[in-house]
Design a protein around this ligand. Sequence first.
Ligand code: CP3
Length: 334
Amino acid sequence: MEFLKALRGEPTSKTPLWLMRQAGRYMASYRALRAKHSLLELVKTPELACEVTLQPIHAFQLDAAIIFSDILPILETLWLKLEFVNGEGPVLHNPIRSAAQVQALALRPLEETIGFTLEAIKLVKPELKVPLIGFAGAPFTLACYALEGGSSKDHRLAKTFMYSEPEAWHRLMEILTAITSDYLIAQADVGVDALQIFDSWVGALSPQDYHRYVFPHLHKLIAGIRTRTSKPVIYFSTGTTGYLNLIAELNADAYSIDWRVSLSTAHKQLGEHKPIQGNLDPLALLAPWPELKRQTDLILKQAPKTGFIFNLGHGILQQTPEDNVRRLTDYFAE
Ligand code: CP3
């Protein structure tokens, strides 16, 4: 429960930690399941999603679990056809490419597109002694995938659409905000203890563009969630250290930051009383223990006395040795 105490800014008996993308390919037990099932099969079969959620919890001393799913299945609510292609990553086969497509968007019932994750939450919750985190992609990050049709380095198609079809852009963001809100509330209703919003790609924007094209929707999303649940909301972003002052105005319960800014600087900019999560470089988990320990200690030294959750600055890499994760999590339990 130290994780939830930290999220409320209360004193904790240890520094709570969990690792973004803590279930996944760096674990041999995950790879063994993946040899038999596709990623979407794991996500869409509640018993398997439950099993994968528990894998890192059983292997390491972690202070929170995160439900095993992905940020992208919810895009099937917009009738986008999602596939994870081995070696290539996610593909949306019928991306949105015109304002007319946005105008014509009809929605599938959420139950059909994410119901399996709600079932997985119900299965895993009684198995856990630590809190369970529910999550969703943020509207901008989801819009990138919906418009690009997959991953992208420069988000050229998404940003071009944003600049040239601002009305349709805002309409798309409104739709994504509405379904994301309903999805997060549905997860809260079936038992998750905290909610994390992943805005992985938003750092591609200038502060001005973030303010104009993204901020109003995120603000509405977080304010809306607040009226429907008291469970804490964490906003995660990367590459946004040039406008943490704007992010501070989102009024989330906590912020998760990447490693491109020092924890103490980010904490000052986000608000001294605001709980903060981060911010080890995921690459440091590939380093020998003395270096990993040095970087970890540096973060702990900068961490506020209360309201701090140790995490990575972005998702764990698949090349991460499990022994390094064990060493790190044991260090926090000492
Ligand atoms: O323990 C956990 O946190 C796992 C649950 C989880 C997954 N994806 C499973 C997954 C979570 C929280 C996510 C979030 C996610 N998915 C994000 C936001 C966080 C981030 O890292 O930025 C994003 C952008 C995605 C989209 C996505 N999913 C991509 C780009 C890819 C392919 C690249 C990659 O990392 O492999 C995925 C696939 C994916 N989602 C895997 C897992 C475990 C890869 C595993 C596999 O193929 O078996």
